[in-house]
Design a protein around this ligand. Structure first.
Ligand code: ADP
Ligand code: ZN
Length: 736
């Protein structure tokens, strides 16, 4: 039918009562219908203003038919269609997909994708310039520094001046009041320059070239595909996928790269700039709100061609996405564990599919999920077998802590201490890795055995000696370190049990008093600038010994680092979670990969109580493939992921009784049928978290069973009320 809405308005009842679904950024079950006033013609994706209760809200005209649950007479009218770029169909598809896959209300997912403020007019940025001529004023040293910093003609921002001249705002204000500084409009923010695909890159080895050719073909095909780019650390995976980005640039299309720890990726950014002449746009939570607005808009207008970001970059409004790359695809950091519980790697593949673009997953130690997808023919695989330029893989040694234990109250075994000493004596760098922050994970009273526990969580308080406090790593609760036992009042009886990174640092200082030590943990490295500084200090050999938590494991390239010592290689194996072994192999392989990345060969020492464990043997022999086959063989029979599906229900309540009751009710209403198993309810390992009592149930199904409909029916049958909450974690990777 071909009729214009305003032709015969009175004859066309449905025109007068035209309604459209509008999704609002709130956790409602779905979109609401709104009546469309005659003068408006909203289309799916349009950003609109609608009434909600007594307020006006921004929403998005959604896809699908209106639901007619509200009668025409009670239907409220849309207020306006905003003059903003509509939300793209692929983003709406992504929102719907994530909502339905993770059982999250779509409006809640929408909050990640809707950013109307990005299109607000930017205030004119103001800064300062020098008055000319300068008035006769008293010139102090700080004032002199400010004036010197303004020697050029370009005005500069106040904050920048304060930083460079190391002065307070008062100094600037004083100069302005005296007429020595005048307000001035700052030059426009630097645009997002186009990376130059033809900027000279390295000459690829034949293996690398073959891999690059496959990726290039995937990009020029302009169609959805998934390729797993696999190769040992240092084999040139990054160089290879930079080639794919070059191809995408030549195609004039945009690229999204997800990194697990973008805030710590200064070296990656340097490499990108070296390859393409300019930096890419970055997206992560540390950006200023202005940069965030500018970046969002530049992506949406197709001005930012390459964006590297954290999980949330998935929701950027790329108009012409031609390539999606997920580096370190096996990283569990891609799983968001709070709020909307989703896996950014998996959703990146979904986004690529919705945009009909190729995705590339990159790892030295791919997840069993991705390996299984390759085996099933769903993903392609390209493989780089060797380290680039003849650099050899580090030699792995296991240090049996039973045979050569550390001295009493020490944690570094004599063979490791000897290795470090020898490395430092050769003028090379060493690294100690322990994935545990603080001084000691447990504080115990020698007199009565009392253990210092968090009052809000089922967890020990971790000592942070430098801060003189005990802290819960789950809820943040902290108390000053007591001098007497709170239980038996014995003085000076509290003893630190086990090592954290602070304690290892103390021991290392005692063993190597002359070594220049750098500690890299989230407590000491705050944000990207500090991380970049630390990396530079290591590259410049201003550091001899690096001591770090998992933040040292990822991606870094330190050419002078030749020894890596893993203080407790068994640490991740306990806890009995499904992927404990896989994750330990991945993490330790990553850490090991930091050693010997240039000419000098590297060596890795793993301290362990169980050298015979398959994880240690896999690392020792460098045979990850056999290890993964073994993992697969163990998981396949029980339909454990990736050969079956898992979803967790986490019940929490103010009281243990409330949690138990709900968990029991859920247990009774559990789905059953062929290929469906429900485990639990059981107390969660973190039975109390932030004062909430927690129980878990686990739904495990064959791969061909769709878990979402089961979950929906299950949850609908047992509604939560009062303080009780049920969180759903589809494809869980932590089981706390
Ligand atoms: P991966 O990502 O697999 O760990 P990288 O891409 O980081 O490996 O490569 C390791 C190191 O070798 C980097 O410093 C990189 O610049 C260098 N490199 C890799 N391939 C080449 C090449 N073809 N020519 C020159 N340098 C290379
Ligand atoms: Zn706590």
């Amino acid at each position: 039918m071909d009729r214009k809405p305003d032709e015969h308005p009175d004859l066309l009842g449905e025109t007068r009562n035209r309604r459209v679904p509008v999704l609002l950024p709130y956790p409602f079950a779905g979109p609401f219908d709104y009546r469309v006033p005659r003068e408006l013609d909203p289309q799916p994706g349009d950003i609109v203003m609608v009434p909600l209760n007594r307020r006006e809200e921004i929403g998005v005209v959604w896809d699908g038919a209106p639901d007619h649950s509200v009668g025409d007479n009670r239907l409220r009218a849309m207020i306006s269609v905003l003059d903003l770029p509509p939300m793209r169909a692929d983003i709406r598809g992504l929102v719907d997909f994530i909502a339905s896959y993770t059982l999250t209300p779509p409006g809640e997912v929408l909050t990640m994708a809707l950013r109307p403020s990005a299109y607000r007019a930017e205030p004119v940025p103001m800064g300062w310039r020098r008055a000319d001529p300068q008035p006769e004023i008293r010139i102090t040293e700080p004032r002199q520094r400010v004036l010197a910093a303004l020697a050029g003609d370009t005005p500069r921002a106040g904050a920048e001046l304060m930083r460079e001249a190391e002065v307070s705002a008062a100094v600037i204000r004083g100069l302005a009041d005296a007429g020595a500084l005048l307000p001035a409009i700052l030059p426009a923010a630097p645009p997002f320059p186009l990376p130059d695909a033809d900027h000279p890159g390295p000459i690829l080895s034949p293996d690398q070239e073959a891999a690059a050719a496959t990726l290039r073909a995937a990009v020029t095909a302009r169609a959805f595909s998934v390729t797993l780019l696999e190769g040992v650390t240092g084999s040139g995976k990054t160089e290879v996928y930079l080639e794919a980005i070059a191809t995408c640039l030549r195609e004039g299309r945009q690229t999204l790269i997800l990194l697990p720890e973008i805030a710590l990726s200064s070296q990656w950014l340097d490499r990108f700039s070296r390859r393409f002449g300019v930096a890419p746009a970055v997206w992560h939570s540390d950006l200023s709100s202005r940069t965030r607005r500018l970046t969002w808009r530049a992506v949406g207008e197709g001005e930012a061609q390459v964006v590297v970001g954290a999980r949330s970059a998935l929701f950027l409004p790329f108009p012409d996405l031609g390539l999606v790359i997920v580096d370190e695809e096996h990283e569990t950091a891609f799983k968001q564990e709070e709020g909307i519980i989703y896996h950014a790697r998996d959703m990146a593949v979904v986004r690529a599919r919705l945009c009909n673009a190729p995705a590339v997953l990159v790892s030295a130690t791919p997840s069993l999920e991705s390996v299984a997808n390759v085996d099933a023919g769903r993903y392609r695989r390209v493989h780089l077998p060797d380290r680039h330029g003849g650099a050899s893989m580090p030699e792995i040694a296991l240090i049996d802590l039973r045979a050569t234990p550390p001295e009493r109250n020490r944690f570094l075994a004599p063979p490791l201490v000897a290795q470090i000493a020898a490395t430092l004596a050769r003028g090379e760098q060493a690294m100690l890795f322990l994935n545990r922050r603080g001084y000691a994970p447990l504080t115990l009273c020698r007199a009565c055995g009392h253990r210092m526990q968090c009052p809000n969580c089922t967890a020990w308080l971790v000592e942070h000696r430098a801060r003189r406090e005990l802290q819960c790593h789950h809820c943040g609760h902290a108390i000053p370190t007591p001098t007497a036992c709170p239980h038996c009042a014995a003085e000076h009886s509290l003893t630190a049990i086990g090592p954290g990174i602070e304690r290892i640092t103390e021991e290392a200082r005692a063993c190597f008093p002359d070594a220049r030590i750098l500690v890299m943990a989230s407590d000491t490295i705050h944000g990207p600038v500090a991380a970049a500084e630390a990396a530079r200090a290591i590259e410049d050999r201003a550091v001899d010994l690096i001591i770090g938590t998992q933040i040292v494991a990822k991606g870094w390239h330190f050419p002078h680092l030749t020894l890596v010592g893993v203080v407790d290689a068994d640490l991740g194996l306990h806890g009995g979670d499904l992927r404990a072994a896989e994750r330990t192999v991945q993490l330790l392989h990553q850490v090991s990969g930091r050693a010997g990345r240039a000419e000098a060969p590297g060596r890795v020492c793993l301290q362990t109580f169980s050298p015979e464990h398959p994880v240690m043997q896999a690392l020792l022999l460098g045979d990850l493939e056999t290890f993964m086959l073994r993992e697969a063989a163990q998981r396949r029979p029980g339909n454990w992921p990736p050969f079956g599906r898992l979803a967790a229900l986490i019940v929490s309540a103010d009281t243990a009784d409330g949690a138990d009751r709900m968990a029991r009710d859920l247990g009774r209403a559990a789905p059953h049928g062929d290929g469906i198993v429900v485990l639990g309810p059981a107390p969660a390992p973190l039975a109390i978290l932030r004062g909430r009592h927690r129980r878990r149930l686990l739904l495990k199904t064959r791969r061909d069973v769709a878990v979402q409909p089961l979950l929906r029916a299950w949850l609908a049958a047992v509604p939560a009320s009062g303080s009780v909450r049920v969180d759903v974690d589809v494809d869980p990777i932590t089981f706390l």
